[in-house]
Design a protein around this ligand. Sequence first.
Ligand code: FAD
Ligand code: MLT
Ligand code: ZN
Length: 471
Amino acid sequence: MLPLAAERWADGRSDLLQDELTAVVGSSHVLVDPALRAQYEVDWTGRWGGPARLVVRPGTPTEAAAVIRTCARHGTPIVVQGGNTGLVGGGVPPAGGEADATAVLLSLRRLDRVGEVDAAAAQVTVGAGVTLDRVHAAAAGAGLAFGVDLAARASATVGGMVATNAGGIHVLRYGPMRSQLVGAELVLADGTLVSRMGGLVKDNCGYDLVGLMCGSEGTLGILTQLRLRLVPQLPERAVALCACDDLGGAVELSTELFRRLPSLHAVEAVDRSGFQLVLEHTGLPDLFSETPPWTLFVEASGHGDVVDEVGGILGRLADPERVAVGTEPRQLATLWSYRERLTEAISAAGVPHKLDVSLPAAQLVPFDRALRAGLSQACPAARLVVFGHIADGNLHVNVIGPAPVDDELDAWILRLVAAHHGSISAEHGIGRAKARWLGLTRSAADIRAMVSIKAALDPAGLLNPGVLFGT
Ligand code: FAD
Ligand code: MLT
Ligand code: ZN
C-alpha cells in the first residue's frame, strides 16, 4: 500500500512536487513506497546508497525535460540513474535515514528505444536507457558491431556508460565510450533540451558539449538520446588463457602482443586470488594443474586466420604447456566466463573496497608490490584481488574483509596510486566513493576549472550533488 503523500511529507510544497511529477509521468512511474524504491537506492556492490524522496521514471525525453523543469522550480536535487551497475555510488542517493531524503531519483531506464541502424553511416540512435546488450544486438542485426563491451552488458545503459565514460575489454582497439559517441541529446539543469544528433563525424562549431558529457557522471546534464558509431564485424575469433609467473611477465607479454598481433582485441589479467575466487564461486573446472600467480586473457579477432596467428605468436612468447586456447563460440564464452564472473564472485565473498585505478606501464609492478606488502602488514586477514585491463594500465584493486564504512584503506591505496603517478579512476568514475580524494590526481587549478563548468551549467547545484566534487 502506497503511503499517502500527506503522511510522508508534512509540508504542502513537497506534496505539490509529487503531484506535479505524477501529472508528467503518471502515478505508476512515481514511486513513493520504500519497498518499491529499494532496488534503486542501493548500488551494485551494496556499499553505497541511501533513501530517495521518491523515484520518478519518465518514458520520453520530453517527459524527462518536464521532470527536470519541475524539480528545478521546486529547488529539488536530482540523483540520476541508468542501469545502476555503477561501482562508485554516483547513481544512488547519499547514505542517511528517511528523514534526510531530499533528492528525487530520476531513473532513465524507460528511455529504451532503439532506432534503425543507419548502415551507410554505420551509426545508430538509441535512448539513454537502452542496455549495452541491446546495442550489440542491433549492431549485429545490421552486420556490424559496437566497440565497447563489459560484463554488466545486460543492465548497464548507454546513458550511464557515457556519463562514466565506461571502458571495458576492447579499449585497446576502439577506445572508451567517448570514442563511440557522435551525438547526444541532453537536458540541462533548468530543463532545456539540447540536441546534437546530426551524426556528422566532422562538425566543429564551438565547444564540444557532447564530449563534455563523457565522464560527467550526471553532474552537468541528463542524457536522453545518444548517436553511436558502429564498427565492422570481425568474424574470426580466438581466445587464449596464458599462465604467467608474475605481473611483470604478464605486462611484458601484453606489450609484445600489442606490438606484434594486429588482430589483438583484448588483453586482461587476473591474479591467483581472483582466479581461485572464480573457481570457488562458479564451480568452473581449473584450467591449469595449479592456478598460476597471474593469468592473461588474450582475444584476437579479424577476417583472416587469427587462430594460427595467435597460436604462432604465443608459441614463441609463452610456454605452450601453460596456454589454453578456444576458437569455437562455446569455448570462447566459457573461457571468458573465468574473467567475466569475477566481479560477481568478489561480491559473493563480501562487500568489497573496490578501487579502479590506472598507472603508467612502468609503475604497474612497483605499485602492485607496494600494495601487497603494505596490505599484508596493515590488514593481514584481508583478501586482496587484483585484476584488470592490463593493456590500458588499468588495475581493479578489490579488498574484502575491512568494514565497508572504513575508508582509511581506500585513502591509503589511492595515495599509493598518486605516489606511483597514476589516476584514482581509470573507468568507473569518481562518484561519491572517491570525491574527497579528487585532489590526489587533479591539480587545484584543474578542479577550479571543472567547478566553473559545473557552476555555469548547473548554477543551483541540483544535478547529482555530492558526486565528483563532494559536499
Ligand atoms: P548507473 O550506475 O545507473 O550510473 C552511473 C553514473 O552515470 C552515475 O553517476 C549516474 O548519475 C550517471 N548517469 C546514468 N545515466 C545517466 C544519464 N542518462 N545521463 C546522465 N548521467 C547518467 N565499467 C567499466 O568501465 N568497464 C568494465 O569493464 C565494467 N565492468 C563491469 C562489470 C560488472 C559485473 C559491473 C556490475 C559493473 C561494471 N562496470 C564496468 C561498471 C558499470 O557497468 C559502468 O560504470 C556503467 O557505465 C554504468 O552504467 P549504468 O547505466 O548502470 O549507470
Ligand atoms: C571489470 O573490469 O570487470 C569491471 O570494471 C568490474 C570490476 O571492477 O569489478
Ligand atoms: Zn574494468
